[in-house]
Design a binder for this molecule. Structure first.
Ligand code: PGA
Length: 257
């Protein structure tokens, strides 16, 4: 039976209070999903809510994922949050390189590789997000766009392989044009991308515990389509993770093999 990782990316959609309520109101269902033997559930809420949520869900299998971290370990970096602080508040994982951060915060690939390093130093699983723009997709240049995002990351992992010790390393393919739009790629494109990702991860860092994820308009309409790809071992779910009824349907669909 396949094990799927589900990351609910709540972005900055909810207020602080609504974030706590959203999780606490569904405590039983969320702990049940996370306790299912073929599900690994991580929630990525607004960062300041994590300490309170980690307390409410203490001793449950629900995991917490930050949405970003600093590329620096410590120092004069006003406004940034270190991997050490994420670890202290109970984060198991952290997104890096999400397309919204690349777009709105001009994150460079070098900075993302630095973030990866700090997360590895604190044994927090990175959720490395990569994805091409629509123009690259249309022009058949997706793989070369992904390659420029992925290569520095794989090189960093290659030199750190011996330190990782089985820590899951999530690699999420999220076409930028598919995030929040309802548009999805065709089967052939998805097949090709995952075959290439699989080959790249094995080539650069074969001893790493890779978990390949997909993100971008995963919802009740699209989950059955994405579920059939053998190499996809989980999903990063944005908008659809906020409507609990919809999220529950998606999770149940993933739970049923
Ligand atoms: P979406 O977002 O599910 O709303 O498309 C996915 C993501 O940004 O991770």
């Amino acid at each position: 039976m396949k094990k799927y990782t589900i990351i609910a990316n709540w972005k900055m959609y909810l207020s602080f209070d609504a974030t706590i309520t959203q999780a606490a109101d569904h405590f039983d269902a969320l702990t049940l999903f996370a306790g299912n033997k073929n599900i690994n559930l991580l929630i990525a809420p607004t960062l300041p809510a994590i300490p309170e949520l980690a307390t409410i869900f203490k001793d449950t299998p629900v995991g917490w994922c930050a949405q970003d971290c600093s590329e620096h370990l410590a120092g004069a970096y006003t406004g940034q949050v270190s991997a050490e602080a994420l670890k202290a508040i109970g984060c198991n994982a952290c997104l890096i390189g999400h397309s919204e951060r690349r777009k709105y915060c001009n994150e460079s690939t070098a900075a993302i590789a630095g973030k990866l390093q700090t997360l590895l130093d604190y044994t927090i699983s990175p959720v490395i997000c990569i994805g091409e723009q629509e123009q690259d997709f249309v022009q058949g240049k997706a793989i070369s766009a992904l390659e420029s995002q992925l290569k520095p990351i794989l090189e960093r992992l290659q030199t750190n392989q011996h330190k990782i010790n089985g820590l899951p390393i999530y690699l999420a393919y999220e076409p930028a044009w598919s995030i929040g739009t309802g548009k999805i790629a065709d089967e052939l494109h998805i097949e090709n991308i995952y075959a290439w990702l699989h080959q790249q991860t094995l080539k650069f860092a074969p001893s790493v515990n890779w978990v390949l994820l997909y993100g971008g308009s995963v919802n009740t309409q699209t989950i059955n389509f994405f579920k059939k790809f053998e190499l996809i071992r989980g999903f990063l779910i944005g908008r659809a993770s906020l409507d609990f009824q919809e999220f529950e349907k998606i999770v149940k669909c993933i739970m049923v093999e």
